[in-house]
Ligand binder design. Sequence first.
Ligand code: BG6
Length: 507
Amino acid sequence: MIKTSEKLPPNIFVIFGGAGDLTWRKLMPALFDLSQSRSIPLHFAIIAVDRVEITEEALRKRLQEGVKTFARAGKAAAKEWHEFSQHIRYLQGDFKGKSTYKELGDLCESLEKEWGAKAQRIYYMATPPSLFGEIPSFLGAAGLAADRQRSRIVVEKPIGYDLDSALALNQTLAANFQESQIFRIDHYLGKETVQNILAFRFANPLFEPIWNRRYVDYVSITVAEEVGVEHRGGYYDGAGALRDMVQNHLLQLLCLVAMEPMVSFDADEIRNKKVDVLHAVRPIAFDAVHLSTVRGQYDKGWIDGKRVRAYREEDGVPPDSNTETFAALRLFVDNWRWQDVPFYLRTGKRLPRQASEVVIQFRAVPHQSFPAEATLDWQPARLVMSIQPEEGIVLRFQAKHPGPKMVLQPVDMRFNYRESFATPSPEAYVTLLGDIINDDATLFMRADQVEAAWRLLMPVLDAWKASPPRDFPNYPSGTWGPDATQGLLVQQGHSWPAPVELSAIRK
Ligand code: BG6
């Protein structure tokens, strides 16, 4: 049974690129999951708009395959799918043709007539980014964005290619929609463990008093992927790790870790606090980029006992590509809380395993009162927030090893989502699409955040472009990136923490 709610206003969910990969892999499975777990409005229609010639029935069948493969709710039973799929309509049309928007408007009106009520309209751009600037203008010109209260637009990343293109895109959006109508997706913000950073920090009095430069030695944020570029070589080669991951996901994580407590859970209040962090990040001078950053590209190598090819051998990637598949940065947040505490960020493809985590490394105790032989295995306290693949938190601290002598040994205290909660975490898109339907913009990026993030990274992009790498490929697949990555931390006497194993929990 799909769950519908009369409390939710009638809703028309328009997907531009409705026959495309994102819809198949993420959007439809998430909408189906929503209909199973939370609920969809009683009056609900999904209008898939695309250029391809396909019948409504054939499209529904194709989408069912995606749902079977990717929905958390698992294989949709025939009855449930049938019930859900009745909400899906197909509109074939050119994204740049006026008539498409006319037909879309007519279809929406006829649905509203049938329901006897005005509907909220969500326009989701699941298209190539080259259309992000065009679709809003067509919608605007057709009068489909005119109802400020009821219409919304959703933009996928990449939101711009650099600061100028992001500014231009934001301007086009702003010419047709108000900021409150614009939902910019960063799917990391929909991840349960990412949202838990706020809960952990601000719902517990325990850690906030020591969450600052007096107690924190450094912070590291790792988003490591085991996979390579897969089938996305064409897109990825024009982007690279800095644009694809750091500009959005890693900087968003940095904001959540470093922001000041919010006064309320109001969307703009949280987004204001986050953007304050980006404004406080010390700009990296063009001439100093090589001192604060490391870039890398994967070579062939071994992962999980399997031979994998080099980035330059991937489909859609030129054999002399200089695109980075790994990026590491050392940043500083210049404010009272964080002055001079390094924030190390790293992300890369074809690393030994998937591991996304934030590590807060605390300072050593001010005075060592234990005998030297007690502290041979001494390590400062550390808090690890693991985002994926395992979701949870590990606190490492010193304990006395059992025995007649005072010997200190680090031990781990673990919290694991899977063990603590019976309910599995929803997929990020389920959370985000649910929030769009509920008009809650808290987890979405505002124009100024996106622009501040680009502004911060422009010197890096410019400096990297000005001096192409001479050592690419510079890390074998299956390793933790180029050797120079260690150098970023060693200068300060720091080191990248090895990813934690949450599954080591003993019952
Ligand atoms: C996307 C990037 O935004 O995030 C991909 O474009 C990357 O290159 C992906 O693989 C990682 O997301 P997740 O949720 O698998 O960590």
